[in-house]
Design a binder for this molecule. Structure first.
Ligand code: SF4
Ligand code: SF4
Length: 335
């Protein structure tokens, strides 16, 4: 590839953004762990302020919260950040493909780190037979359908309100923490299998199982941004398709409309021709700087979170006394 290629640095920038966000998420997790420990220890360990960002790990509750918000206009005060983060990510999906998956999601970052490590270890990544690959890709959409039907379609408004008022929802973030910090043998076994498959196959979790990614893929279909190919100047070298982690045939398309496209821009960075591949809206005819799409995606995320904070929908309404009462009950609470 031409060393002067304007988009050649995208993969490096993407890795920096991904691991930077991963580190930020890890700090949030550690701070939340210390917060919970304070209450578990009866106040013996220092109190660390609770980071609301931890609510990003409550997507199912966020879906219930979204339903309540759409029906009543009220934002659930117990975990408002869950809804704010969810809406910010969906907004990214509506405008900027599945950019959350390829630029920010910490699970996506681990998944990508795993297949790249696997490639170094085994000299390549493996491929699942096309018929099985196609069937497995459908699993994440089925999981999405299951959750949408369960919560959005079948759950009556009163049941949603009761769920969002219950102690279980109040401590669902603590339950999520304990799920990972005090894993059962079954959880360890499932995670070990997923880790092994992630080493062998590209983005195993994201490609086949993640309902969040499925939602963003569906949201992205109508979005304006697509990878667009100038067929007249394309040499047909196929480097874009060979590089695409989603396995898409970029070299055959005028515009990549697949819900599987994550907006990672790997294809754009791999194309040796200038301005033959671009991530752009349909009306945009001028060159697109390499930073434009990721900057837009990150701006959407930051604007969503910023709006939540500025409008007072970020900090939980739960008080110190609430946590003092609820955290010892966590092992006994089930939905
Ligand atoms: S088509 Fe391009 S932007 Fe989309 S997933 Fe493939 S490499 Fe990434
Ligand atoms: S890498 Fe560029 S030139 Fe090669 S097939 Fe893809 S779009 Fe065409």
């Amino acid at each position: 590839m031409n060393a002067q290629h304007p988009h050649a640095s995208i993969p490096r920038w993407r890795a920096a953004v991904q691991w930077g966000f991963f580190a930020w998420t890890a700090v949030i997790g550690i701070r939340f762990g210390l917060f919970v420990r304070h209450f578990e220890s009866g106040g013996a360990t220092p109190l660390v302020s609770r980071p609301p960002g931890v609510e990003g790990f409550l997507p199912i509750g966020a879906l219930a919260s979204t339903k309540q918000w759409l029906a009543t206009g009220e934002i659930n005060p117990v975990h408002p950040a869950a809804l704010v983060i969810f809406l910010a990510i969906v907004a990214m999906g509506l405008v900027a493909k599945k950019s959350f998956c390829s630029w920010l999601c910490p699970v996506g970052t681990l998944s990508e780190g795993a297949w790249k490590a696997g490639r170094r270890l085994f000299g390549r990544n493996f491929r699942i037979w096309p018929w099985l690959d196609g069937a497995l890709r459908g699993v994440k959409y089925l999981l999405l359908l299951f959750f949408v039907k369960l919560i959005v379609v079948d759950m009556p408004a009163q049941a949603v309100a009761a769920f969002l008022d219950a102690p279980y929802w109040a401590v669902s973030d603590v339950k999520m923490l304990l799920f990972f910090t005090r894993m059962s043998a079954t959880t360890v076994a499932i995670l070990a299998v997923l880790a092994a498959l992630s080493l062998l196959y590209r983005n195993f979790w994201c490609r086949y199982l993640c309902p969040y990614g499925a939602l963003l893929g569906v949201a992205s279909i109508l979005g304006p941004f697509k990878v667009r190919r100038d067929a007249a100047r394309c040499t047909g070298c196929r480097r874009c398709s060979r590089a695409c982690p989603a396995g898409l045939a970029v070299h055959e398309k005028k515009a990549v409309r697949s819900p599987e496209c994550t907006g990672c821009l790997t294809c754009v960075a791999s194309c040796p021709e200038r301005e033959v591949l671009r991530m752009a809206p349909p009306f945009w005819r001028r060159p697109v700087p390499a930073w434009a799409f990721p900057a837009l995606a990150l701006l959407l995320f930051a604007a969503g979170i910023g709006t939540g904070m500025a409008t007072g929908h970020w900090q939980s309404s739960l008080t110190y006394d609430d946590y003092q009462r609820l955290i010892p009950l966590v092992p006994y609470l089930s939905h």
